[in-house]
Design a protein around this ligand. Structure first.
Ligand SMILES: Nc1ncnc2c1ncn2[C@@H]1O[C@H](COP(=O)(O)OP(=O)(O)OP(=O)(O)O)[C@@H](O)[C@H]1O
Length: 600
C-alpha cells in the first residue's frame, strides 16, 4: 500500500435545505396513493373546520332576517336554526374523524419514507470507505444512524401531522376570509405588523436562549453525575461542600435560564394576543361600518371575526413547534447528506483477488503525528492457514488487523489480498474477500435477519435458512428460539437489547453469511473461563474453519490452537512459531503464556 497523507478533520456531509426538501418530496412520490390520500384528507379536515364559522354567520343572518328582527325561541327561528346546527355538528364530527385519518395516513407515509431512507442510509453507511470513517470517527455516523433516525421517526408520527394540519388550516382560513369579503380580510391584516415585529423579536432570541437552557441542564446533569460517580473520592477528600456548591450553581443557572426562556415565551405570547386583539377589533369596526353602509351582512362580519380568531391557534402551534421542526429538519438533512455521499472510489486499475493468501509487506504506521506504532511488519498467511497475533497491550495487534482489512491505511508498506494489492481492489470486492470482526461490533436497530444479512450486497435475496444456519453455527440458535418473533424480532438499544457477547456472535454470523476466503478476528476480550468466553471461542472456531485466518489472540488459548503464532512487541515481530516451539524457546511468548496461565 502506498503512503497516504493524513487529511485534516473531515465530517460526514449534511444536505442543504433545498436538497433535503427535494429528497423528501421524491421519497413521498414513491407512494403516490398514500401521499395523495394524506393531503386530500388533511385538506378536507381543515375545510370541515371552516364550516362552523360560516354556518354561524348564516345563522346570525337568518335570525336577523326574521320578521320583527332577532327573536330567538319563536317557531320560525327554531326551524331555521336546527338544520344549521346539524350542519355544524356534522362538520365538527367529520373534522374530528378526518383529522385522525389524516394523521394516520401522514404517519404511515412517514414510516414508509423513513424505512426507505434508513435502508439507503445503511446501504451507503456500510460502503463508506474505511479510511474515510477512520478520519471522521464512527461517532458521527452512529449518531446519524441512531439519534437522528429516532428524531425524524418521532417527527413523522407526532409533529408532522400537527404541522401539516396547522398549515392547511391557516391557508384555508385565509382563503375563507378573503372569499367572505376582501375589506374584512384587509382589516384583519392590520394584525400583521405587530405579529411580524413580535416574531422578529422572539425568533433570534428564542433559539439562543433555548440552546443556553439546554446546555445548562446538561451541565447540571454532568455536575451531578460527576459527583455521584466520584462519590468515594469526594468522601475520601471531604470535598462534599465544593461538589454540592457546583451542583447548586449548575441548578441555579439552569433554573434562571429556564425561567428566562419562560418569561420570554410569555412576553411573546402577550404580543401575539395584542396582535389578535388589534386585528379582531379592526375586523369588527370595519364590519360595523360595512354593515351600516349595507355592503356586507352582520352574519358575514361574524364569520369573518371567527375566521380571524381561528388563525391564531395554528399560528401558535407553528411557533411553539418551530424549534422541534427545525431540529427534525436538521436531523433529516444529516441523513440525506449521508445517502447522497459519492460512492467509494473504484480504483482506476482494479485488480481481482483470487484465493485465500494474505501478505503484509514492510508495514509501517503512525497515527497522525504520533510516534511510529509499526516498524516494518512482514507476514505471509498461506491459504487456509490460521495465524495468531499475540503481544502485550499496545504492541500493535489491532493496528495490523485494521491495516490488513483496509480499515486503516498504513503510512508505509503493502497489503496483498488473494494476490491483488489491497488498494487496487474495488471496495465491495474487499468486503467479499476479507472480513474483519473488530472489538467494536455494533447491532443496528433492525430485525435479527437484517442485522445478520447486513453485509450482503443490496438486492441479493437472502434465504432465511442461510441466516438461521449462520446463527446456529455461532451458537445463537437457542437465543433466536427465545425471541418473541424469531428472525423478525427487532433488536437494538431501544427495542430488544442484546448482550455484548451476542452482538459479537451476530457479527461472526454476518461473516459466515458473507463467506469470505479470509477472516481477521480482533474480538473484544471476554473474561477467561466464563461461559461467554467459551461461546465466543466456539463461534470464532466456526468462522475460522476452512478459511485463511489472522486472529488477534486476546485469549492465549486462541493462540495455542493456531497453526502459527506471531509475537508482536512495540510494533515489531519478535518471535514466530507453534505454541510448543515458542514455549520451549523461553522467550516473549513463554512469558506471556506464563502470565496468562498464572504459572510464572
Ligand atoms: N486511533 C489511534 N490514534 C492514535 N494512536 C493509536 C490509535 N490506535 C492505537 N493507537 C496507538 O497505537 C499503538 C498500538 O495500538 P494497538 O491498538 O494496535 O495495540 P494492541 O496490541 O492491539 O493493543 P490492545 O491489545 O490493548 O488492543 C498504541 O500505542 C496505541 O496507543
Amino acid at each position: 500500500m502506498t503512503t497516504t497523507p493524513t487529511d485534516g478533520p473531515e465530517r460526514l456531509p449534511v444536505a442543504t435545505g433545498r436538497v433535503t426538501g427535494r429528497d423528501l418530496l421524491a421519497r413521498c412520490r414513491r407512494y403516490p396513493g398514500t401521499a395523495l390520500a394524506a393531503v386530500l384528507v388533511a385538506l378536507a379536515a381543515s375545510a370541515c373546520g371552516l364550516v362552523a364559522p360560516w354556518t354561524l354567520g348564516v345563522l346570525v343572518d337568518r335570525i336577523d332576517d326574521l320578521p320583527g328582527g332577532p327573536a330567538p325561541g319563536t317557531g320560525d327561528a327554531v326551524a331555521g336554526v336546527l338544520p344549521l346546527v346539524a350542519v355544524m355538528a356534522g362538520a365538527a364530527l367529520a373534522a374530528g374523524v378526518l383529522t385522525w385519518v389524516g394523521g394516520v395516513l401522514i404517519a404511515r407515509l412517514g414510516e414508509r419514507v423513513l424505512a426507505d431512507l434508513r435502508e439507503d442510509l445503511m446501504n451507503r453507511a456500510v460502503r463508506i470507505p474505511p479510511t474515510t470513517l477512520e478520519r471522521i470517527g464512527a461517532g458521527d455516523l452512529l449518531t446519524r444512524t441512531g439519534d437522528d433516525v429516532k428524531l425524524v421517526a418521532a417527527a413523522f408520527t407526532g409533529l408532522i401531522p400537527l404541522v401539516v394540519a396547522a398549515l392547511f388550516t391557516l391557508g384555508l382560513t385565509l382563503v375563507g376570509l378573503g372569499l367572505l369579503d376582501w375589506r374584512l380580510a384587509l382589516a384583519g391584516a392590520t394584525a400583521l405588523p405587530v405579529y411580524v415585529l413580535a416574531l422578529r423579536w422572539y425568533l433570534p432570541r428564542a433559539a439562543a436562549r433555548y440552546a443556553q437552557a439546554r446546555a445548562a441542564v446538561s451541565d447540571r446533569s454532568q455536575a451531578m453525575l460527576g459527583s455521584l460517580s466520584g462519590l468515594p473520592t469526594v468522601r475520601a477528600y471531604g470535598v462534599h461542600d465544593e461538589h454540592l456548591a457546583a451542583v447548586r450553581g449548575g441548578s441555579e443557572r439552569a433554573f434562571a435560564l429556564s425561567n428566562g426562556v419562560f418569561r420570554m415565551f410569555s412576553g411573546w405570547a402577550g404580543w401575539m394576543n395584542r396582535a389578535e386583539c388589534i386585528g379582531l377589533a379592526a375586523v369588527l369596526v370595519v364590519g360595523f361600518l360595512l354593515v351600516r353602509a349595507d355592503v356586507v351582512t352582520v352574519g358575514a362580519t361574524t364569520a369573518a371575526a371567527l375566521y380571524f380568531h381561528r388563525l391564531f391557534n395554528p399560528l401558535a402551534l407553528l411557533m411553539v413547534t418551530f424549534d422541534d421542526v427545525q431540529e427534525a429538519g436538521v436531523a433529516l438533512a444529516r441523513l440525506v447528506g449521508v445517502t447522497r455521499m459519492a460512492a467509494a472510489a473504484v480504483p482506476v486499475d482494479p485488480a481481482t483477488p483470487v484465493g485465500g493468501a494474505l501478505e503484509l509487506r514492510e508495514l509501517t504506521h503512525r497515527y497522525g503525528d504520533g510516534p511510529p506504532v509499526l516498524n516494518g511488519i512482514s507476514l505471509t498467511v498461506a491459504p487456509g492457514e490460521r495465524v495468531a497475533l499475540v503481544g502485550a497491550s499496545g504492541a500493535g495487534k489491532t493496528t495490523v488487523a485494521a491495516i490488513a482489512t483496509g480499515l486503516v491505511r498504513a503510512t508505509g508498506g503493502r497489503v496483498t489480498v488473494g494476490g491483488a494489492p489491497l488498494d487496487r481492489i474495488a471496495p465491495d470486492d474487499v468486503a467479499r474477500h476479507i472480513a474483519l470482526v473488530s472489538q467494536e461490533v455494533h447491532v443496528f436497530a433492525g430485525t435479527v435477519r437484517d442485522n445478520v444479512a447486513l453485509a450482503v450486497p443490496a438486492g441479493t435475496p437472502v434465504d432465511d435458512g442461510r441466516v438461521e444456519a449462520a446463527l446456529a453455527a455461532v451458537g445463537l440458535a437457542g437465543w433466536v428460539a427465545t425471541l418473541p418473533a424469531g428472525l423478525d424480532t427487532v433488536i437494538g438499544e431501544t427495542a430488544h437489547p442484546v448482550s455484548p457477547a451476542v452482538a459479537q456472535q451476530i457479527a461472526l454470523a454476518r461473516v459466515l453469511l458473507m463467506d469470505p476466503p479470509i477472516v481477521v478476528l480482533d474480538e473484544a476480550t471476554a473474561e477467561a473461563g466464563s461461559a461467554g468466553a467459551r461461546d465466543l471461542e466456539d463461534a470464532a472456531q466456526a468462522v475460522v474453519r476452512g478459511r485463511t485466518a489472522l486472529v488477534v489472540a486476546h485469549r492465549l488459548t486462541q493462540a495455542a490452537a493456531a497453526d502459527r503464532i506471531v509475537v508482536l512487541d512495540r510494533g515489531s515481530i519478535v518471535e514466530q512459531g507453534s505454541h510448543d516451539e515458542l514455549r520451549g524457546r523461553g522467550g516473549r511468548y513463554a512469558d506471556l503464556w506464563a502470565d496468562w496461565t498464572g504459572t510464572r
